[in-house]
Design a protein around this ligand. Structure first.
Ligand code: MLT
Length: 401
């Protein structure tokens, strides 16, 4: 468990007459979690040894659902602002058994000297709070647009940006990232997914696209081939609306251009309620049969279940909101004339069926379509070599042209 996560149990004497954890006790638990974290990290005296008193200046708490005696709450704390004399900590409390978000809170602190004057935040506190788990493999951490993203960066050459779908992470591109030598492969976890930060609010296609543009700026990449799977395709369309001149080629995998129908929007809200109640695991169970075809190997089913079950609830709810409210992109398709485009779809995909992908490919002037047999919504993992070979050939054509 990362050191910024602390488990605390709710006791009956902290609860009100209805048996719910009361507000005063909740504040005390948030405070206890912060001190516990310091005790396990730089020491509870990290402030006093510098003569600083961390005084709370502002507290904002959102209570989402009740906590009851015996519940074990997992408190997560992250530094969201680090000024000279002040800092802000965001905390969440999730019920351990089902990952349901119980409450989230933000506390603004100012460091005060014994004379009552603001003094600098101790450096060792800042270093401790900014230390983050290092993602496995080739991933780095990059802060852009107010969030810290985990990004897989491999190779040299013209850049390809891989944008994963919902509720997934960058590892759905693993076979392609490992194989496409001669290209600079950039695969971030979107905000709210994988190992990236998951703010409670502020999700939209515009925000995801702005994160990606800022990431490219930070990496010094001007032009890029966009490669989006499902929700990653929705984000690619938004990116194209804003920064068409930065896009050298487009790959759309198991995605669609239409906005959600009224019924689709209602299902997003139902899924968000399910995520809040049942956590990421409940979402994973409903999504699994749609993601993979009936012939998927048990090990792949398990791998995809694990990716989805690890998604933070805030990121799931945020993505559902962003997808619900996304613009229709069908009018954009004819305008993509001159942009080399590859459309791929799994032959067994029920979420974005081949007929839909074919109609989308026909509406894009310079697109070609590949239907991947023996795959549903995740051909990158279900038929990795077919997808990698198709991508390699498409990219070679771009390099040649
Ligand atoms: C995805 O795979 O990104 C989502 O399933 C897309 C969607 O739900 O519209």
């Amino acid at each position: 468990m990362p050191i910024q996560e602390i488990d605390l149990t709710v006791y009956p004497d902290e609860c009100d007459a209805f048996g719910h954890l009361n507000q005063a006790s909740f504040l005390a638990l948030f405070e206890r979690a912060r001190w516990e974290m310091l005790a396990r990290g730089p020491g509870m005296d990290v402030f006093s040894r510098h003569g600083a008193w961390p005084a709370v200046r502002k507290a904002t708490v959102d209570y989402h659902t009740a906590a009851l005696p015996g519940d074990v709450l997992r408190f997560h704390q992250a530094l969201t602002h680090h000024g000279r004399t002040s800092f802000t900590i965001r905390q969440t409390a999730r019920r351990l058994r089902d990952d349901a978000l119980i409450a989230s809170a933000e506390f603004v602190f100012v460091c005060i000297s014994p004379e009552g004057k603001p003094i600098p935040v101790p450096a060792d506190f800042g270093e401790f709070m900014n230390a983050r788990p290092v993602p496995r493999g080739d991933a780095r951490r990059v802060t852009v647009n107010g969030v810290n993203l985990a990004v897989d960066l491999r190779g040299e050459g013209p850049a390809v940006l891989f944008i994963h779908g919902y509720p997934l992470d960058r590892t759905i591109w693993e076979p392609q990232l490992g194989a496409l030598n001669g290209w600079r492969r950039i695969a971030p976890d979107l905000r709210g997914m994988g190992l990236s930060d998951a703010p409670d609010l502020g999700y939209s296609m515009a925000t995801y696209a702005a994160d990606l543009a800022a990431l490219l700026d930070t990496l010094g990449v001007d032009r890029v081939v966009l490669c989006g799977l499902s929700m990653g395709g929705y984000i690619a369309f938004e990116f194209l609306r804003r920064w068409r001149e930065r896009v050298a080629g487009l790959v759309l995998v198991d995605t669609k251009a239409e906005a959600d129908s009224a019924e689709g929007k209602r299902s997003r809200d139902e899924a968000a309620a399910l995520a809040r109640e049942g956590g990421a695991a409940a979402i994973a169970e409903t999504m699994l049969p749609k993601m993979l075809g009936p012939s998927a190997a048990a090990s792949l089913v398990e791998r995809v279940r694990q990716i989805m079950s690890a998604a933070p609830v805030a990121g799931i709810v945020g993505a559902l909101t962003a997808m619900r409210d996304r613009a229709d992109s069908t009018a954009l398709l004819p305008d993509l004339r001159g942009l080399p485009t590859l459309v791929m779809v799994g032959s067994e995909d029920r979420m974005t069926p081949p007929a839909r992908a074919s109609a989308m490919a026909s509406a894009i002037p310079d697109a070609r379509l590949i239907v991947v047999s023996g795959a549903a919504h995740l051909p990158t993992l279900e038929q990795p070599s077919v997808v990698t070979d198709a991508l390699r050939a498409f990219l070679a054509g771009l390099a040649g042209g």
